[in-house]
Design a protein around this ligand. Structure first.
Ligand code: SAM
Length: 264
């Protein structure tokens, strides 16, 4: 049953309107009966009915239940620091879509210069944007936002993911969609106890959720050398289709693809 947020108190709730009518007239509820209620946003609880009036039902909360708005996969967006306020856009929209972590990094053609004096403030601002976007999207968790990494640090981090894909517009073989399907099916099979494919062999299979990392280049793209280094570190170069997307668009398209393929 749905409860207006203002009628959802710490230890008791009031069910009103059509839901109360349904409980009284259709379900013939009595004091002591237990039902599950939700405020449709972030709170869900098992409640015990204490009183039934003409058009409202009062109940005590027996147990709060977790309401899950989180995706089935853990996606890390590694974004080569873009110009202007595009990183903010990536964090805001990426949080709404379902990213778990944002990892800005510096690559060969990153144009933005880091300014040590301003970095702390900027990171705080990014984290605030992630928090606000998580609230607006009714996420159960606020995505992490890292301080910018060097290219080397980023490649090291990529080895912690179950799969890491580097988006490369000159890649004409591997489609991200196919890669996602393969990675997720390996992870699912693994959960069911079947053979683990070589590509995921090094990952931590005790985790319930697959951790997938999507690496997106700067406005000027990745150099061939960077793609080679990433592949040596275990990343797969993938295409997002035949059109060249802006860096911030590429991150959102890749993320949306992953959410779609994972059933979100
Ligand atoms: N010049 C435009 C800009 O200012 O944003 C587009 C730059 S594109 C080279 C930036 C990054 O987006 C690339 O490094 C790559 O990671 C990703 N990207 C864009 N289109 C892509 C595609 N079709 N396939 C794979 N990655 C793509």
């Amino acid at each position: 049953y749905f409860i207006e947020p203002e009628l959802f108190a710490d230890s008791a709730v009031v069910i009103a309107g059509e839901d109360a009518h349904h409980l009284i007239r259709v379900m013939r509820a009595k004091p002591g009966d237990e039902v599950i209620v939700s405020d449709g946003v972030s709170r869900e609880a098992l409640v015990r009915i204490t009183e039934l009036a003409k058009d409202k039902v009062s109940a005590d909360i027996v147990e709060r239940l977790a309401m899950n708005h989180e995706p089935a996969v853990e996606v890390w967006i590694a974004q080569s620091l873009p110009k202007g306020d595009k990183m903010e856009l990536v964090i805001q929209k990426g949080t709404e879509i379902g990213a778990a972590r944002f990892v800005p990094f510096i690559s060969d053609r990153t144009v933005v210069q880091l300014d040590a004096k301003k970095e702390v403030k900027r990171l705080e601002r990014w984290q605030r944007i992630a928090k606000e976007a998580a609230e607006q999207a009714h996420r159960n968790r606020i995505p992490e936002v890292d301080a910018p990494l060097t290219w080397k640090q980023l490649l090291q981090l990529s080895s912690q993911a179950d799969a890491a894909w580097i988006c490369y517009e000159k890649e004409n073989g591997l489609e991200l969609r196919e890669q996602i399907r393969a990675a997720l099916s390996v992870h699912r099979k693994d959960k069911a106890g079947a053979v683990v494919a070589e590509s995921l062999a090094a990952s931590d299979h005790s985790k319930q959720k697959a951790t997938l990392m999507l690496i997106v280049g700067p406005e000027g793209g990745f150099s061939e050398h960077e793609i080679e280094e990433a592949e040596e570190a275990g990343c797969r170069s993938v295409s997002l289709g035949r059109r060249i997307l802006r860096t911030e668009t590429a991150a959102m398209v890749g993320l949306t693809c992953i959410m779609y393929e994972s059933g979100e």
